[in-house]
Design a protein around this ligand. Structure first.
Ligand code: ZN
Length: 299
């Protein structure tokens, strides 16, 4: 009898919390469903409400029809990419222009400038943009560097970017060669680190110092010719920022759609990081230093 009493007490002790949890679960309302994304951009009904993401698989040969395989985007689809920032004037302006159109882009940052203004990188991440590396000091002749020196330069750029992004969001495992001047050896090493070289289907020629009108006309012509693709812009170029709203609105009016390229979302790029964040690095220069007769970034 005493045994049965003991068993009964034990059973009650086990079952009571289960029953309590069951009743509590039944009493709790189900979590609210995710609201569907808006069909159009709030406050700007000419634009879709979201920018879809196109995932790019790691690819040793890189992406971008200028020099690699064409980026696999749907026809007449554009992925906006901004190089050479962060820039204290241009980056906030670019973010405002994109946000007003519910557009997401990818920013290829120069590590030295990242170390000066990590807050601008964080702003971009918080607004849902992708951030990737454009080296530490923007050496447009990186292809001629020794492999150890090139590795240190790339590592340094990623370290600066990861430091800025730490606790805020992921860094894309994408690298854009300054001036698009790559070398097979560096690209192979990047691939070993899980990093994909991203070129483009077209640029806007904004780094050449041309007028806003020329940027507008050339970009529309390039995008029509290529049927969209990854597009390079520079938020460091005031003439680009000045024409960016008009340019985006015209591309949208012509039926181009926009996506954000991404890889391994939520994962920082793997690979060794050996360089220091602060100190050292040469002063970065803009695309113009690529030997095409342009000028250094004017800050
Ligand atoms: Zn650049």
């Amino acid at each position: 009898m005493r045994f049965w009493l003991f068993l009964l007490i034990c059973l009650a002790g086990v079952l009571a919390p289960v029953e309590l949890a069951r009743r509590r679960a039944a009493a709790d309302p189900p979590p609210p469903a995710e609201p569907p994304p808006p069909k159009t951009c709030p406050g700007n009904a000419d634009w879709p409400g979201v920018t879809p993401t196109v995932r790019l698989e790691p690819r040793p040969g890189g992406y971008g029809g200028i020099q690699y395989r064409r980026t696999p985007l749907p026809p007449r689809t554009i992925a906006l990419t901004f190089d050479d920032g962060p820039d204290p004037r241009g980056s906030p302006a670019a973010l405002r222009i994109l946000e007003a159109r519910c557009l997401k882009a990818t920013f290829f940052y120069v590590g030295y400038y990242v170390s000066l203004r990590p807050d601008l990188v964080q702003d971009a991440i918080r607004q849902g943009h992708g951030v990737a590396s454009h080296s530490w000091s923007h050496p447009t002749q990186l292809r001629y560097w020794s492999l150890p020196a090139a590795r240190a330069e790339v590592d340094h750029g990623f370290l600066a970017l990861r430091s800025a992004a730490a606790g805020v969001g992921p860094v894309e495992p994408f690298f854009r060669f300054p001036g698009l001047n790559d070398s097979p050896a560096i690209r192979a090493w990047l691939s070993d680190q899980g990093i994909t070289a991203i070129s483009a289907e077209a640029g806007t020629d904004d780094w050449r110092g041309i007028s806003s009108q020329a940027i507008y006309q050339r970009t529309l012509a390039y995008m029509e010719q290529e049927g969209g693709g990854v597009l390079i812009l520079h938020e460091t170029r005031p003439n680009m920022i000045a024409v960016l709203p008009q340019l985006l609105d015209e591309l949208n009016r012509r039926g181009f759609r926009f996506v954000r390229i991404s890889a391994n979302e939520g994962q920082p790029p793997p690979g060794p990081v050996s360089a220091r964040v602060a100190g050292g690095g040469a002063q970065p220069r803009g695309e113009g230093a690529a030997g095409a007769g342009g000028t250094a970034l004017n800050r």
